[in-house]
Design a protein around this ligand. Structure first.
Ligand SMILES: [Zn+2]
Ligand SMILES: [Zn+2]
Length: 374
């Protein structure tokens, strides 16, 4: 990020951290967790220990980080090198990101920015019309559909966690990630000592990975011994049955149909179930038992929006509720060829033009690389 942009962004972050420290707390077992942070244009600093809110506040004021992280793991010695930390357990966490959902809307809100001349265009082109370069950076701007589709994944995840894994709803915390997705943290102690492989198995279960027609007695050459689950069974078996049979009365008819259609048709059906009912989480995040995860209440420098808890997921609007930076007007040259909506107000499109914007909108564009301070 250009120095002049960094100054404005850091100023806005500092103001937020100073005014809204009630939003930012160390999590439970704070003194057993590892903290880390980044500043604009520099690398990650980690292996820090933080005792309480006061120490965290001090760090935020002194360093004005662009991003702040805290481990999901607990250690005896969080500030020692990884091999000496003495891992004791880790919260079970999930990351759902709109960019992983292969949504058709993505192409409509992606800006292509030429890496040589910084010209921005919408819609993919093979070369820059200004300078002829073929290298583009892709930038995604806010989209309500991405948010509502991500929410659906969160709801599916909550359903599986509560009905199949005996996790209580009040043990599930849902956060907007601060950019284009959601983070889910399980506060129940029952899963905290699971290792990385067990967490990978859990992810496979939640995503509905690896189920084959053979699981239900359907072989490549012979589908006659099919044994399908019933709608009143628990877990995925019941879920599959409820998907296959609209009602109990239709069970026999549909079973006959599956037998006659054979292996590959049922394989396609299982793939469809995975696509529609499996939860698309990022497996790497859940498997990583040493991860430092974005701290709730902190600002995400990819957007200038905050990672905040969603008390009511359905009504949650990140582009107004997580947009918490200052309102005072600042001047930037905006190069944002798609309109963005923040705090229920539309900004842009702007084509390399000087504009006066509320700080939260200006910072959003600077963070996305779609503008420069005058
Ligand atoms: Zn160019
Ligand atoms: Zn979208």
């Amino acid at each position: 990020m250009l120095e002049k942009n960094a100054i404005l962004v850091e100023g806005a972050f500092k103001e937020y951290y100073f005014n809204r420290f009630d939003f930012i707390h160390v999590p439970v077992k704070a003194n057993e967790r590892e903290f880390g942070y980044q500043k604009i244009n520099s690398g990650m600093i980690r292996h820090l220990a933080m005792k309480n809110d006061k120490e965290l506040h001090l760090l935020l004021m002194k360093e004005i980080p662009s991003d702040v992280y805290c481990s999901n793991a607990y250690y005896s010695f969080p500030n020692l090198p990884m091999s000496e930390k003495d891992w004791k357990g880790a919260d079970l966490i999930f990351d759902i990101d709109a960019k992983d959902l292969a949504l058709p809307c993505r192409k409509d809100h992606t800006v292509y920015k030429c890496t040589s001349c910084n010209d921005t265009i919408t819609g993919h082109q093979s070369e820059c019309s200004k300078c002829g370069s073929t290298k583009f950076e892709t930038i995604s701007v806010s989209c309500n559909n991405c948010i509502s589709e991500s929410k659906k994944e969160v709801s599916k995840l909550i359903e599986i966690l509560t009905s199949d894994l005996a996790i209580k709803r009040e043990e599930i915390e849902v956060y907007f990630s601060g950019n284009e997705g959601f983070h889910v943290r399980i506060t129940s102690g029952a899963y905290e000592t699971l290792g990385s492989q067990e967490r990978a198995d859990l992810v496979d279960y939640i995503m509905f990975n690896g189920t084959v027609p053979e699981t239900f007695g359907i072989k490549k050459q012979d589908a006659s011994k099919v044994s399908l689950p019933t709608t009143d069974e628990g877990g995925w078996r019941g879920r599959i049955a409820r998907n296959l049979f609209a009602s109990k009365a239709k069970t026999l008819k549909i079973t006959k149909q599956i037998t006659s259609e054979g292996y590959s048709s049922f394989q396609l059906k299982l793939e469809e179930i995975k696509r529609t009912m499996g939860v698309r989480v990022d497996p790497k995040v859940t498997m990583d038992i040493h991860r430092i995860f974005r701290l709730e209440g902190s600002i995400n420098s990819k957007s200038g929006l905050a990672k905040i808890q969603c008390d009511d997921l359905d009504s949650f609007d990140p582009f107004s509720q997580a947009c918490l930076l200052g309102h005072d007007e600042v001047q930037i040259v905006a190069n944002c060829p798609l309109p963005i909506k923040l705090k229920n107000k539309k900004y842009g499109p702007y084509y390399s033009e000087p504009v006066s914007l509320p700080k939260y909108a200006a910072v959003y564009m600077l963070c996305k690389g779609l503008g420069n301070v005058v």
